[in-house]
Structure formats: structure tokens, C-alpha cells
Design a binder for this molecule. Structure first.
Ligand code: IMO
Ligand code: MG
Length: 430
């Protein structure tokens, strides 16, 4: 068995869902270990498009699907998502879906706080997905969160709700918002408990049993390295650690049980929400990437910001995650460009930089240093063999490998799972 972690190495929306789906055929268990329903993972299976936010992508293939302790769970959003997915023909029961009883709940008050603080921040807003992700993680770290399993212990729940509201109602008063009524919240929790508790278990225990029985785990990262709370473009990041190390922390498996880390990137770069983006394009090339690549958010429908591939950022992502191989997605979107640029370094205040500085202004000010490569001007759409790629496409990929110091193991040429060139099979070599 081989246990693999899939992470995004840019700003999200790299196509992690497709890679997870592709590999999940040979995995026994798919595990989410951070984030929540801010993720938007799209899979196309037998011509049907599934858009998943919180459910692990393995659910569509009937794989044991685990939502780990590191995830923040909005049970109402989960219920809606489960309805959408079951309407498409997928069966979901407590036999296949397991939710960690230690996972933090996202409550309506978290969603409201997310939206309130974004509205109040005006121009300085993060551009969050408005799902309450940040406020829920804040409560977790502040030790006042309600966790999934708490719903099963009514005797202690009330005191927890008191403690939670002590903070939130003071805050809401300050924001000029109506206070949350305790009895109402208790009743809301009581209702949702019925829905979620059948799925709640000590997930770490299930995972350790699976490992003992020689099963293969696939860890499905959400968001991406540049949105990581430590390593991303702070403060324009999400509120969880998104890097591969979090797979162990957010699910309760040992580090020795993780065999492989695969980083997923697009052949170019996109970002949604605010924050620095050195290779962002504001010209016709950027519009073209957005149109051809259909770069609009899965979760919020927002147009994504588009730009060239940034080898400096991705190299940094490779290092902090310990990425062994990369999957390059959406190569076909670059098919018709005359020239393709790659950022190979930065300049800041007359100095050359080979890494992305951590200061907010410096991050916004660095100028990318580009290398220009010739385009291939022919369709790579649906190509499944490396040898069939146009020469210039191969040169582009080879140059990326050189700049990044890792091999590109997989290349995706359409949203369909079969349209993937597999040069290094993650299940074959350790
Ligand atoms: P997947 O898994 C792209 C971004 C938001 C915002 C910032 C903080 O589909 O790649 P949050 O709601 O998390 O507090 O928002 O993070 N963001 C994502 N961007 N893909 C995602 O997930 C994202 N999840 C959050 O746009 O800038
Ligand atoms: Mg997304």
C-alpha cells in the first residue's frame, strides 16, 4: 500500500479534484484533513460533473471517505451538498462517510461574522468565500468551538454554548448586530445533531485500523500552499495549514505513514480573492487564459485572476511540502499562445530575489523576471501520451522541471480523468 498526499502548490483551483479522482481508483480511503466547504473540487465521471466542497472526492466512487479532525464542518452545507450528490446517483451512508467527532463545527454565527468582517474591511478585505471558515478556526484555536462529537453530550453542550456566546454576543453587540439567542442555538444544534451524529466517529481510530489492514490512504488537500496560514501570502490566506504536513495533523495518522507528496499546479497561475500575485496579467493574454480556461470560481462564481506560471512560488511550495512529483493541469489552455512566459525570479528595490519575501508590501511590490518560451500553436486537448505532445510543449514542461527541481509525473489535457499523461505512477515507485 502507498499513502499519498495531494496538495495545491499555487493559490488553489489547480485541479486537485481530478488528480484525487484519478488516483482514488487505487486508494481504499480518501481523507480530507483541513479546510471546509471553501474548497470547490470538480470531477467529471462518465460525463457527469460533480462539484464537491466538503465531501472527500472519493465519495463519488464509493470509497471510504473520511472528514478529518482538521476540517471545519458546516453541517447544513454538508446536508445540501449530500443532497446534490445523491441526486446525481451517488449513494452516501454512514458506511462510506465518516466524520471526525473532533472536527470543529461551522455555525451560522461564523458565516455571519465572516461576511460582517469582510464587509467592514472594505478595500482591505481578504475576499473570503464567506463560508465562515476563518471565524470557525478562530474559535477552535481560542478553545471555545463546538465540535461534532459535542452534539452527543447534551450535559456539557450547554456550558459550551454559554462560553461561545459570551464571546460572540459581546462581539456582535460591538458590531451593532443582534445577539444570538441561546435557546434558539441550542434548538438548532439539537436538530442538526440528528443529521450529523450518525456519521461522527473517532476518525483517527478508523484510519489506524485501515493502515493496520494494509489499506491505501489518499489525502485530499484543499486550498493551496500560497493560501497556507503560515507559508502563504499572509494575511491574504485561508485560516488553516494547507501544506502536506497537515495531512498527519488533520487526520491523526503518523508521519511515517505518509509515503508520497504530489503537488498539483496549473500550467499557468490563477487566484481568487484579494492579495498579491506577481505574475498577474491585466491584458489580453490574461483575458484569454480566463476565457479559454473557464476561470470562474466553483464555489462563488467569481472570475479568477489569471497570470503566467511562477516558478519561484512553486519551487517554494515544493520545498515546504516536500513535493516529490508534480501534476501539471490544463496544459491545453496554453495551446494557442505565440509565446509563453515563466517567472524565474523577482526584483525588489533593485535587488534580485530567488524567493518570495514574507512582508506584505514587499510581496505586492516584487517584479517578476520572465523567461519567454515559444508556444506550440497546436491542440494538446485530450492527448494521453507524452510522445504525442508537440515539441514546444515538451520543452515548456522540461524547462519547468529544470526550474523546479522535481519531475512532472502527470500532465492533464482535459477535465476528463482519462485525458491524463502518466509519466510517473505514484503507486509504482515509493
Ligand atoms: P480549492 O480547494 C481557491 C481563498 C479565498 C480567499 C482566501 C480566504 O478549490 O482549491 P476563506 O473562505 O478560506 O477564508 O478565504 O482563500 N480560497 C480559495 N481559493 N481555491 C480554494 O479552494 C479556496 N479556498 C479558499 O478566495 O482569497
Ligand atoms: Mg476551488
Amino acid at each position: 500500500m502507498t499513502n499519498i498526499v495531494i496538495i495545491g502548490a499555487q493559490w488553489g483551483d489547480e485541479g486537485k479534484g481530478k488528480i484525487v479522482d484519478l488516483l482514488s481508483e487505487r486508494a481504499d480511503v480518501v481523507v480530507r484533513f483541513q479546510g471546509g466547504n471553501n474548497a470547490g473540487h470538480t470531477l467529471v465521471v462518465d460525463g457527469v460533473t460533480y462539484k464537491l466542497s466538503l465531501l472527500p472526492s472519493g465519495i463519488v466512487r464509493g470509497k471510504l471517505s473520511v472528514v478529518g479532525n482538521g476540517v471545519v464542518v458546516d453541517p447544513w452545507a454538508l446536508r445540501d451538498e449530500m443532497k446534490r450528490i445523491t441526486d446525481l446517483g451517488t449513494k452516501i451512508s454512514p458506511d462510506v462517510l465518516k466524520i471526525s467527532d473532533q472536527a470543529t463545527l461551522i455555525l451560522p454565527l461564523h458565516r455571519e461574522l465572516d461576511q460582517m468582517s469582510e464587509a467592514a474591511a472594505g478595500k482591505g478585505k481578504i475576499g473570503t468565500t464567506g463560508r465562515g471558515i476563518g471565524p470557525a478556526y478562530q474559535d477552535k484555536v481560542a478553545r471555545r468551538a463546538i465540535r461534532v462529537g459535542d452534539l452527543a453530550e447534551k450535559e456539557s453542550l450547554e456550558a459550551k454554548v454559554d462560553n461561545l456566546l459570551l464571546f460572540h454576543n459581546a462581539l456582535r453587540k460591538g458590531w451593532g448586530q443582534p445577539e444570538v439567542d441561546k435557546a434558539d442555538l441550542m434548538q438548532t444544534l439539537d436538530e442538526i445533531a440528528e443529521f450529523i451524529l450518525p456519521y461522527a466517529i473517532p476518525a483517527w481510530k478508523i484510519l489506524s485500523e485501515q493502515l493496520k489492514n494494509g489499506k491505501s490512504l489518499l489525502f485530499e488537500g484543499a486550498q493551496a500552499t500560497m493560501l497556507d496560514n503560515d507559508f502563504g501570502t499572509y494575511p491574504f490566506v485561508t485560516s488553516s495549514n494547507t501544506i502536506a504536513g497537515q495531512a498527519a495533523v488533520g487526520s491523526g495518522v503518523g508521519m511515517k505513514d505518509i509515503d508520497k507528496v504530489i503537488g498539483v499546479v496549473k500550467a499557468y497561475t490563477t487566484r481568487v480573492g484579494s492579495g498579491p500575485f506577481p505574475t498577474e496579467l491585466f491584458d489580453a493574454d490574461g483575458d484569454r487564459i480566463r476565457e479559454v480556461g473557464r476561470e470562474f470560481g466553483t464555489v462563488t462564481g467569481r472570475p479568477r485572476r489569471c497570470g503566467w506560471f511562477d516558478a519561484v512560488l512553486v519551487r517554494q511550495a515544493i520545498l515546504v511540502n516536500g513535493v516529490q512529483n508534480l501534476a501539471v493541469m490544463k496544459l491545453d489552455i496554453l495551446d494557442q499562445f505565440d509565446e509563453i512566459k515563466v517567472c524565474v525570479g523577482y526584483e525588489h528595490k533593485g535587488k534580485k530575489l530567488d524567493y518570495y519575501p514574507m512582508q506584505m508590501n514587499a510581496q505586492a511590490e516584487v517584479r517578476p523576471v520572465y523567461e519567454t518560451l515559444p508556444g506550440w500553436k497546436s491542440s494538446t486537448f485530450g492527448i494521453r501520451e507524452y510522445d504525442k505532445l508537440p515539441e514546444n510543449a515538451k520543452k515548456y514542461l522540461a524547462r519547468l522541471e529544470e526550474l523546479l527541481g522535481v519531475k512532472i509525473g502527470m500532465i492533464s489535457t482535459s477535465p476528463e480523468r482519462e485525458d491524463t499523461i502518466i509519466r510517473i505512477d505514484p503507486y509504482e515507485k515509493k
